[in-house]
Design a binder for this molecule. Sequence first.
Ligand SMILES: Nc1ncnc2c1ncn2[C@@H]1O[C@H](COP(=O)(O)OP(=O)(O)O)[C@@H](O)[C@H]1O
Ligand SMILES: CC(=O)N[C@@H](CCC(=O)OP(=O)(O)O)C(=O)O
Length: 263
Amino acid sequence: MEKETLTIVKIGGNVIDDSEKLHYFLEDFSKLKGAKILVHGGGKIATEMGISLGIEPKMVDGRRITDIQTLRIVTMAYAGLINKNVVAQLQAKNCNAIGLSGADGNTIRAVKRPVKTIDYGFVGDLSETSIAVDTINGLLNIGLVPVFCAITHDGDTQLLNTNADTIASAIAVAMSAAYTTTLVYCFEKKGVLRDVEDDNSVVSEIRMGQFEQLKEEGVVSGGMIPKLHNAFEAIRSGVSAVYIGQAEELLREGQQSGTRLIK
Ligand SMILES: Nc1ncnc2c1ncn2[C@@H]1O[C@H](COP(=O)(O)OP(=O)(O)O)[C@@H](O)[C@H]1O
Ligand SMILES: CC(=O)N[C@@H](CCC(=O)OP(=O)(O)O)C(=O)O
């Protein structure tokens, strides 16, 4: 029997921070047919909240060093303010969303990142068993649309901050046993660009081997490195298709641009 389709969409902090862009994104997302899951970031808002409270952000390789004060801020921002606003906006668009952190329903259990050369603090790493597939499947089966934020837990009272691109990839991989999955990374640019300043320089397809080359050439940098790393991890582990680009081009029917990843 053919598997049902499931679309996992990740939306990044630059879109979430722009109320007009967010409105149009949620409009497109709510119209998406079939089973779907939304994962949102919000790094930009957390950074601004931190700065206003006198806490300077520290990022290493696209991941936030999360001390106890930063954990409080990201929990308020991701699991509170952003998650609940996104859910309320989806409800207004007749999309029956349910907002979740990884602690809710034990849906995403993580392990605090071990200290090697860098102590990331309360940052959670995911493994193959982190995602509660049956629970998420149960939510989908009663017609709910799960909306995950970037907060996970360790099962022993500790909340952890986990990169939202990683969460989206891990959910897509875990759900691939039961569904034909498509993972879509929506952000403010038209795709992976040859020249970050030029929106007309979209690289339409990237193969796994090309990624290393693009990194070496400095074509991809910053947050794009972990995004592509997670995206290739997904395609290697059973996800049928991965796209990176703008929501209006990737979620609307008939539109198919942005960057497609190839094994
Ligand atoms: N080649 C590239 N193409 C597009 N964006 C790139 C590229 N290299 C670096 N970037 C940067 O990566 C950022 C996206 O990563 P990130 O901020 O983590 O995404 P998100 O908004 O989804 O959280 C872009 O805003 C851009 O500044
Ligand atoms: C550990 C870690 O880096 N967590 C991320 C989670 C949010 C996120 O991923 O937000 P964007 O998608 O908007 O970048 C952070 O705090 O920035």
